[in-house]
Design a protein around this ligand. Structure first.
Ligand code: AKG
Ligand code: FE2
Length: 286
């Protein structure tokens, strides 16, 4: 049981193929040092101001800080990274469109025990999606080194094909160790969980996830990013956040209007399916 590591010049096709086979993959060193420093400095005050979790799953020594589109311009580049969107598009190629699902810095403090092993798609009220029908594709960007000792995410390669609702333990998993700036990709069906942090410093990663646009977003992008900030963002990022009709018509405004029209009337598109078109354009650029 090993986790495949790919180089940062791997293409989206290759990442998608490994994700189809294993349900997880690491792309090493994708984030240049200067960008990582910017991301860290923009996020530091927000992490500092975040209260630790209130239950065992969230982690009582773990801070989860969201709203990253609004709070960190540097994070926007990670969220809309062309290679990531290309790989997500491969994993979710059977759905008409996908959108941003959540943005969250996960900073696991020293002494935090391992998180329960789970599938992220259980968030959809444990709906039993058919085996092989992925609805979600996720990334965790390592802001510092991820080691077994400090709580690297633990995964079970190939477990995206396992039966649903299994109760697995940390002993069934392997740690996704990776250098700072690397990214773990994993699908919504992959069994995984945060590792125990036995080091004396926090383990910090950015969880950016994407899901089929017919599912409800875990982080409400319209309310997490105030309209005065949303108005300043590039249109492709707004589309990804959900300012678009998902699939054919989902999420339109009143008379089936394109949601982007509310922020940027000149960009509105007639007809349905703008998110599907935006996704295609992004995938072609990858
Ligand atoms: O932080 C991690 O390593 C993984 C956290 C996780 O899987 C979750 O909170 O759903
Ligand atoms: Fe998870």
């Amino acid at each position: 049981m090993r986790i495949e590591h790919l180089s940062p010049d791997a293409d989206a096709e290759r990442i998608g193929a490994v994700l189809a086979r294993d349900g997880c993959a690491v792309v090493d060193d994708l984030l240049p040092e200067a960008s990582r420093a910017r991301v860290k400095s923009e996020l530091a005050p927000w992490i500092e101001a975040t209260e630790p979790g209130r239950d065992d799953f969230a982690g009582r020594r773990t801070r989860r800080t969201g709203g990253l589109v609004a709070r960190s311009p540097a994070c926007r580049e990670l969220i809309a990274h062309p290679l990531v969107l290309g790989a997500v598009g491969r994993v979710l190629s059977h759905v008409t469109s996908f959108q941003l699902h959540l943005t969250q810095v996960i900073s696991i403090g020293p002494g935090e025990p391992a998180q329960a092993v789970h599938r992220d798609q259980w968030a959809f009220d444990f709906f039993p999606f058919p085996e092989g029908y992925e609805v979600q594709c996720n990334t965790i960007w390592a802001l510092g080194d991820f080691t077994e000792e400090n709580g690297a995410t633990r995964v079970i390669p190939g477990s995206h094909r396992y039966a649903d609702r299994l109760q697995l333990s940390a002993g069934d998993t392997v740690p996704a160790e990776m250098r700072a700036g690397s990214v773990l990709f994993y699908t919504g069906a992959l069994y995984h969980g945060a590792g125990a942090n036995r080091s004396d410093a926090p383990r910090t990663g950015i969880n950016l996830t994407y899901a089929a646009s017919w599912l409800r977003q875990e982080e409400n992008q319209y309310l997490s990013c105030p309209p005065e900030i949303a108005r300043t963002l590039p249109t492709p990022l707004l589309r990804l956040m959900g300012y678009a009709r998902g699939a054919y018509a989902l999420g339109y405004v009143d008379d089936t209007r394109d949601p982007i029209e509310v922020l940027r009337p000149e960009e509105a598109q007639d007809g349905l399916g703008a998110l599907a078109r935006a996704r295609q354009q992004l995938a072609e650029r990858a």
